[in-house]
Structure formats: structure tokens, C-alpha cells
Design a protein around this ligand. Structure first.
Ligand code: G3H
Ligand code: 13P
Ligand code: ZN
Length: 313
């Protein structure tokens, strides 16, 4: 099926409007019915556009049939949301998502040689554009998910001198950049560490028409970390990107901000609290509903206080 049959919108349209309007479209990851409903409820309340992001492993977890069944049955306004493959690692993976009915894909060739990255990015773009699907590519490397209480120190920042040629050769619709963010909950030693806005500014100057994407952009709200630890969890030294730095990136053409870890924290904190306060609970519908509502509230906060995408439908 084609994404328009599901009432989904081409992601490039959302990003072009955001670039012109000076706000960012949130890309929230989801991996089950509850996290999908949480995001859709938030965008309905705020009248915000949104990108529903599905990683390769989340697609495996949900299975293609159940995922597309949920999308087909979900409630959202026509042309309000996009369905996006997050971090596709091969042409085949991107093609699979396009054939399922995704409205955009990310080809993540950031770990490849520049030549290979350009070659496969262009191949994905050529296939995607036949179906009016848009493509995000990446230059520069974010440090990997840090799960062991270690900091993500080794970034390879995007080189502003090569972005124009990369965009020209790949015909990419948007570009993910590495300016000091990283995936997961251990992003930095303290909140004062600054993103490389100097690099971002040069990139924006060199490719002024290309929407830019910030991965690893969770702000890691302390209230969730504290709650997780208070109710039996053990998360130390978690630290994200402050909302003020994220807001600062938006006028420098960051028009898609990716958030996954904050939703994981919100959901987990809520379930831990319920289990601790109601040790006799055995009904998943009860604690999952509370967790879904907690995630919705956090998505609303981020839409209103970081993205500025409320009332932009
Ligand atoms: O960017 C990475 C996302 O947080 C997805 O992570 O592969 O565990 O779903 P995942
Ligand atoms: P976080 O781990 O900061 O939420 O990043 C998510 C992301 O970049 C998804 O592509
Ligand atoms: Zn990412």
C-alpha cells in the first residue's frame, strides 16, 4: 500500500513547513500500541504535526503486519503525521519500509566510507522518490548507545565543507548532523556541555534549503530518573541535552528532533511507581494505561516547550 492510503503525509512537506515556520517537528519513536497511542494523543491535544519513528528492531518487534494494522486503525487527522523508518542500515531495509507504506526512511550510512554512503543514499533516494517518499541521510557519527554508565565521548562531527556536495550527489531530502548529541541516556558529563553550534551554523549556511535533523536529542528529565531510582531502579549519571540548547538549534535549521529515551524513561518510571505503590496489581491494562498517559504528558511538554510545533497543522 502507499502511505497516502493511510492518510499519512510526505515527511518532506512537514519539514519544509517547519523550516519556513521556525519550529521543529518531533520524531517520537514507538514500539507497541501503547507508545503509538501515547504519541497520537499528544499530537491530537496540541494540534502538532509529528513523525512516528520506527527503528529496524522496533519493526521486527511489532512485525510488519501488526504495525501497519495499528497505523491503519489509529486515529489521527489526515496529513498530520508521517511514518518514518529510523536508522535503516541497508537499501533493502529502506525498500521494505517504503513497500509497507512508510512516508519516509532514514538511510544511515554514517559508519560507511563517504563514497559508499553517497552511493547507497542515492540508490535509496532514487527508489523512494518514485513513490514520493522522502529520505533522510546522515553525515558524521554520533557516539553509540551507552548502556553501562559510561559517557558518550567519541563524536565525529559533521564536516560542514562536504555537506553541499553530499546533498547534491545524493539528492537527499533532509540531513542528520552530528554536533555533539548521542543516543541513550548517558549523553554528557553535565548539562553545561555545549553542542557545537558553530558547526551547525556553517552547515546551515552551506545547505540553507535542506532541513536538518538532530538525533540523540532527548533531554532526560530528572523527574523520571529520580522516580525510577526511588521505586527500585538503578540509573546513575544519566544526563541529556537541555531544552534551551535544543531550542537554540531550531533557528539554525534543525527541523526534526528525535526523541526515544525520554519516552522510555516516562513509561518505565510510571510502571515502577505503580508496581511499588500497588504491589497487588496484576492487570496490565491498568498500569499500561497509566504509563501511556505519563508518556503522552511528556510528549505534550516537549511539543510545547522545545519543538514549538503546537497549532501548526
Ligand atoms: O536511534 C535509536 C533509537 O533510540 C532506536 O533504538 O533500535 O532500540 O529501537 P532501538
Ligand atoms: P535519544 O536516545 O536521545 O532519545 O535519541 C533518539 C533517536 O535519535 C532516534 O533516532
Ligand atoms: Zn537516532
Amino acid at each position: 500500500m502507499h502511505y497516502s492510503d493511510f492518510g499519512l503525509i510526505n515527511t518532506k512537506k512537514l519539514l519544509t513547513r517547519a523550516l519556513q515556520g521556525g519550529y521543529a517537528v518531533p520524531a517520537f519513536n514507538f514500539y507497541n500500541m501503547e507508545t503509538l497511542v501515547a504519541i497520537l494523543h499528544a499530537v491530537q491535544i496540541t494540534d502538532s504535526p509529528a513523525i512516528l519513528a520506527v527503528s529496524e528492531s522496533a519493526l521486527d518487534y511489532m512485525t510488519p503486519g501488526i504495525l501497519m494494522g495499528m497505523i491503519s486503525g489509529a486515529q489521527y487527522k489526515k496529513n498530520q503525521v508521517a511514518l518514518h523508518l529510523d536508522h535503516g542500515h541497508s537499501f533493502e531495509s529502506c525498500k521494505h519500509a517504503i513497500d509497507l507504506g512508510f512516508s519516509s526512511v532514514m538511510f544511515d550510512g554514517s559508519n560507511l566510507s563517504l563514497k559508499k554512503n553517497i552511493e547507497i543514499s542515492r540508490k535509496v533516494v532514487d527508489y523512494a522518490h518514485k513513490f514520493n517518499v522522502s529520505v533522510e541521510t546522515e553525515l558524521g557519527i554520533l557516539a553509540g548507545i551507552e548502556d553501562e554508565n559510561t559517557f558518550a565521548d567519541s563524536h565525529s562531527y559533521t564536516n560542514p565543507d562536504i555537506v553541499a556536495d553530499f546533498v547534491k550527489q545524493t539528492c537527499t531530502d533532509s540531513l542528520a548532523v552530528a554536533i555533539g548529541t548521542s543516543h541513550g541516556i548517558y549523553k554528557r558529563k553535565n548539562e553545561k556541555e555545549k553542542l557545537r553550534f558553530d558547526i551547525l551554523k556553517q552547515i546551515a549556511n552551506n545547505i540553507p534549503k535542506t532541513p536538518l535533523v538532530l538525533h540523540g536529542a532527548s533531554n532526560i528529565p530528572k523527574k523520571f530518573v529520580t522516580k525510577i531510582n526511588r521505586f527500585g531502579g538503578d540509573i546513575n549519571l544519566a544526563c541529556g541535552i537541555s531544552p534551551s540548547q535544543l531550542r537554540h538549534a531550531i533557528p539554525l535549521h534543525i527541523t526534526k528532533i528525535n526523541v526515544d529515551s525520554d519516552s522510555r524513561l516516562a513509561f518505565t518510571a510510571s510502571i515502577r511507581e505503580t508496581f511499588s505503590k500497588q504491589p497487588n496489581t496484576i492487570n496490565p491494562r491498568e498500569y499500561l494505561k497509566t504509563a501511556t498517559d505519563t508518556m503522552t504528558k511528556n510528549c505534550i511538554d516537549e511539543i510545547m516547550n522545545i519543538m514549538g510545533s503546537n497549532n501548526k497543522i
